[in-house]
Structure formats: structure tokens, C-alpha cells
Design a protein around this ligand. Sequence first.
Ligand SMILES: [Zn+2]
Length: 220
Amino acid sequence: MILGLVAPFLLQAAASAAPFPEPGVDPTTAAQPAAKAPRMARLERAVRAREKALAQIYQAADARAEEIGEEMARLAALGYTGELADLTHVLPLPVASYYLSAGYGETGPHWATIHTGLDMVAPLGTTLTAIGDGTITSVGDAGPYGLRTVLTLGDGTEVWYCHQEAAVVDSGATVEVGQPIGVLGSTGNSTGPHLHLEIRPDGGSHVDPVAWFQALGLQP
Ligand SMILES: [Zn+2]
């Protein structure tokens, strides 16, 4: 009789010790969020990695755009305002740095015959720039021309940079348009700091540098 009363109680106690799910949680779906979580986490990590990679690409593009902007500003200062891809020649000095004192073909007490180049007056120490791609074919003292660097362009045109204070590239060096090659000075037969620039097509006779530059769309 007593056992008959106790037995249902014991069964109930044993049953309540079993691991029942939390109230309100459907045991048939309770396991699913736990299975989904790693997959979601993986996807989120992948998205974050992709966002980071994209941010780096944008950052690199911004940096490159800034570099191109700086390069275009530098070339504009040297008289070139076209597209970077079309660049072939620039002026030897920043436009704002000089004025022309003596033109090609002038005569006078300074010159034995005629003035064979273009005189560009600028402050001592102004950077002299390669006006085109080419090779430095001579660097050294050239008497009345002072310290002279000869840049031979790809088409054989010789460009003489005279009266330099210093040269910053050696003979034999390959240079690119826009590259610094010397320092403006007043060496040789010179009355003050200036660049005497000569242009000699095919290494022959000098021509008027102004007309030569104008034919290339540049205005000294
Ligand atoms: Zn001169």
C-alpha cells in the first residue's frame, strides 16, 4: 500500500533530474544557433578582411593620385601643362624663377661672334633640369662656358648647360625628363648667375632655343 503511493513520487523525482531544456526553448531547434554561429563568424571575418583590403586599395590609390598631382605641379612649374603620358620635354628652369637677359643671335661685346644660346637669369643655386630623356655625354670645365654639362637627347640633339655652379650627374649617366642635373652658377665668362643654354641638333650647329622649345609647345 505504501509502495503503491511512493512509486509514482520516485518516478517523478527521477524524471525531474533528467536534463530538460530551458523553459520556452524548443528542443528541436535549440541546437541550431550554436551550429550557425561559427559559419556567421567566418563570413563576418571574411567581409571584414575584404573591407580592410579595399580600404588599403583606396588608400594606395589616394597616395598615387597625390603623387601624380605633385608631379604634375612640378612639371607645370617647368612649363609643361599637358598630360603626364604625353610628356617629352620641359624647360630647364622653373618658369617663375628666371627672366631672359640675352637671346640667341644677339651681338655685343660679350660674344666673339653672335650669342650662341639663351641666357636665363635666376638665383645662384637654382636647380637645372633635364629638358628631355637622354644621356649625359660631357661634364667639365669648358673655358668661357664655365662648368658645362652636355645632355644628349634621344634624337641626338645636344643641350649645353653652361656657367654651372655644380653638376649633380656624371658623364655617362642616363637621365629622365624633369630630373635635376645641375646647379645654376656663374662660372666661366659670366657677369652674374645665369644659365647659358645651347641647343645643337645632331650635335652640330646651335639653333635658337626659343624657336626650338616653341616647336615642342613650350615657351621659355
Ligand atoms: Zn649666354
